[in-house]
Design a protein around this ligand. Structure first.
Ligand code: SAH
Length: 454
């Protein structure tokens, strides 16, 4: 019988939704083993027991999977970030592709989906353009910037993350020195006291612009101009340019990282970046894909699957800062983008202007509420968050009966659930292609699908 803190040997046969290993005990219990990968035989240490399943961590690897490798990052085992750094990259890709196929078959009820091979990345490290480092104090009372220890909110000091842009290291060290010198406190989640909660950065890989944003539990940061000067120097020595230093105000006792208010203390309250030949302005509160190399491939696929000839009216729902809308606009008659974050819609309008695109129109609001008010579409593109599309929206899509639907998804399970509804409403799934955006992480898998009206 499995009990908390017991240990036993188990073979890992599958990968779970967050990249953890899955195995089964002799009496049929499913065990989710963090740190294990398919093909491993491990000693599992049980952390939680439920009726039919249990959670565990790897106590010892007895026989490693042939795909197990030494992770590049020395703290990969402790950090709650990467869950697959100890798996060879081609195997990460194979398992992600399999996961998408499995969800579409099992949850979507679509046999033999028309899968195309997953699109892998060339650059396996330092691929992320966005970082959110928590700030805290360690057991000895020292200020630290780093990462949350796995399954906890203890901040472990580490500024050298191998999936982030290298410039983050000197940026974090500069912020840490500044905080020590000016006796700026770190936020403490338990007491609700202390000032700096997170350091958020965005790097325009194409433009070399850098935004640094300190999330604070207060209204001001004394000496912010001096910090801007120090950051500008250190960022310049890395061959990049600080174009924005912002404060984000978050005084709530919450796990949500960003608050609603942004104060710009240096430069502009945004940075610009380019995907392909489209320039994008990005504010701190706006969503922007984190892996620019793979985003280009993703948007090119969305464009290809949309099959535009220049005469179509297109809806781009969940449009963020208008990224996909503007990518499609040059090949369409007109594009209507809808997004719930008003700041992102401001960015989207500005982005249309910067790129000289006059056939893209944007509205702020929930896609499920605004879609029924838009002009009739020939093609609909959706790119919802992990929870997938609202049922009301799927209903509106079916009522409008566009020629094609392009579904860009970051969660295969909700994608499959929504595909089932579209397929039973008169669409045929014609193309499916996962694009690996989140290398070394098992939790998110991006997929592009095309559906045609039968
Ligand atoms: N297509 C964009 C953004 C995709 S992320 C890109 O590739 O950059 C999903 C977006 O959906 C986020 O910007 C989020 O703010 C937005 N969103 C979440 N719920 C929404 C809703 N109900 N209606 C419209 N947009 C929503």
């Amino acid at each position: 019988m499995i009990s908390k803190n017991s240990e036993f040997e188990i073979d890992i046969t599958a990968m779970g939704s967050e990249g953890e290993g899955i195995g089964h005990t002799e009496d049929g219990m499913t065990v989710f083993v963090v740190g294990a990968i398919p093909g491993d035989r491990v000693v599992a240490h049980v952390t939680k027991v439920k009726k039919t399943y249990a959670y565990a961590i790897v106590a010892k690897v007895l026989t490693p999977s042939s795909f197990r490798i030494e992770p590049k990052c020395p703290v990969a085992g402790k950090c709650g970030g990467c869950t697959l750094q100890h798996m060879a990259y081609p195997e990460q890709l194979r398992l992600k592709e399999e996961k998408v196929r499995d969800c579409i078959e099992r949850i979507g009820g679509i046999k033999n989906p028309p899968m195309e091979p997953i699109v892998g990345a060339e650059n396996l490290y330092h691929y992320r353009n966005k970082a959110q480092f928590p700030v805290g104090t360690d057991r000895n009372g020292n200020l630290v910037i780093g990462f949350y220890r796995k399954h906890s909110h203890d901040v472990v000091g580490n500024t050298d993350c191998c999936i982030q842009a290298p410039v983050n290291r000197p940026v974090m060290e500069t912020v840490l020195e500044f905080m020590k010198e000016h006796r700026v406190s770190a936020y403490n989640e338990e007491t609700g006291k202390g000032l700096v909660r997170h350091v958020f950065t965005r790097v325009g890989f194409a433009t070399k612009e850098v935004m640094v944003c300190l999330v604070i539990n207060g209204d001001e940061l004394k000496g912010a101009e001096k910090l801007a000067k120090e950051l500008a120097e250190v960022i310049e020595s890395e061959g990049l340019k600080l174009t924005s230093l912002c404060l984000n105000i978050n005084k709530k006792n919450t796990n949500v990282i960003m608050g609603d208010k942004v104060i710009c203390v240096y430069g502009d309250p945004w940075i610009e970046d380019k995907i392909g030949d489209v320039t994008y302005r990005i504010s701190p509160l706006s969503f922007y894909q984190v892996n620019p190399e793979q985003t280009l491939k993703l948007y090119e696929l969305a464009l290809e699957y949309a099959g535009l000839t220049g005469s179509e009216a297109v809806w781009d729902l969940y449009c963020g800062i208008g990224t996909i809308s503007l990518f499609l606009a040059r090949s369409a008659k007109e594009v209507y983008g809808v997004e719930i974050v008003p700041e992102a819609i401001e960015d989207a309008k500005e982005n249309a202007r910067i790129n000289g695109i006059d056939n893209a129109f944007f509205k702020a609001g929930a896609a499920e509420d605004l879609a029924p008010t838009l002009p009739r579409p020939d093609v609909i593109v959706v790119d919802p968050p992990r929870k997938g599309c609202d049922e009301k929206l799927l209903d509106t899509i079916l009522k409008n009966a566009p020629k094609r639907v392009v579904y860009v998804s970051c969660d295969p399970a909700t994608l499959a659930r929504d595909l089932k509804i579209l397929v039973s409403g008169g669409y045929k799934l014609t193309r499916v292609r996962p694009v690996d955006q989140f290398l070394h992480s098992g939790g998110h898998i991006e997929t592009v699908c095309a559906l045609s009206r039968i």
